[in-house]
Design a protein around this ligand. Structure first.
Ligand code: ADP
Ligand code: ADP
Length: 225
């Protein structure tokens, strides 16, 4: 599924005097790409990711998932797209502290009243290297392990795209690198489009496509084979 970003603008506050976080940004995301979006703090990365994920409303412009303009959909269809087509990974993992790793991972299915496909679950946790952590609570795991659990949770609904907001932002260099390698695996093994937003330029070394933004605009967009 192609994702198409068209003339996206986001102004926080008053249209004339407010903060122009994104200024008329357009680009195409063909199916199954591995992309980093880098730029300094305040350049509009999170805003872009939130707009890609349908969790904020643009001031103007829109985002297409395939043929569907997500900002003209009714709430029901938009939340369907969010649940079925998008997996989110955040800087601070957002795991539920009272639930085990296993329970956290399958939570999206429970909410959706779907059955757990055990083979798929096994494949995810094996690929992410957390098979022996499933009974642990978040507090019993390192940051890197918690982020792996969060990636497993993002994958469980078999979405088409993973949107990752500073996924290494809370990790040391070694764990951070491991997490990026695992996101690369999610892309390669499960064929996901993975979009990683980060202020860390080193993350871009791992991705095939590298988009740089500054002051709410794309200043470069490189693709390496
Ligand atoms: P980044 O993720 O690159 O740090 P953001 O998208 O978070 O950038 O922010 C872009 C700009 O928009 C910044 O100037 C920031 O202060 C502003 N901004 C972000 N969110 C809000 C908000 N909810 N209200 C007002 N201004 C905001
Ligand atoms: P859709 O909801 O788009 O119809 P499908 O039900 O066809 O998706 O599932 C496609 C794939 O998604 C499955 O082969 C499996 O890998 C994964 N999947 C779907 N539902 C579950 C589930 N409940 N548990 C684990 N994996 C699932």
């Amino acid at each position: 599924m192609n994702i198409s970003v068209k003339n996206l603008t986001k102004v926080y506050g008053n249209t004339e005097y407010g903060v122009r976080a994104l200024n008329n940004v357009s680009f195409e995301i063909p199916d199954k790409q591995f992309i980093s979006v880098t730029g300094p703090s305040g350049s509009g990365k999170s805003t872009l990711l939130h707009l890609l994920g349908g969790i904020e409303t643009p001031t103007s412009g829109t985002v297409f998932y395939g043929e569907e303009d997500i900002y003209t959909l009714d709430d029901k269809r938009l939340s369907e797209i969010r649940c079925k087509k998008i997996g989110f990974v955040f800087q601070f993992y957002n795991l539920i502290p009272e639930l085990t790793a296993h329970e956290n991972i399958i939570l999206p299915l429970l909410i959706d009243k779907k059955k757990v496909d055990k083979d798929y679950l096994d494949e995810i946790v094996k690929t992410l290297g957390i098979s022996d952590r499933l009974k642990h609570l978040p507090s019993q795991m390192s940051g890197g392990q918690q982020q792996r659990v969060a990636i497993a949770r993002a994958l469980i609904n078999n979405p088409e795209v993973l949107l990752c907001d500073e996924p290494t932002g809370n990790l040391d260099t070694k764990s951070g690198t491991e997490v990026i390698e695992l996101l690369k695996k999610a892309h390669e093994v499960f064929g996901k489009t993975v979009i990683i937003v980060t202020h860390d330029p080193k993350v871009a070394d791992y991705t095939k496509r590298r988009i740089q933004i500054s002051d709410g605009e794309i200043i470069s967009d490189d693709f390496r084979h």
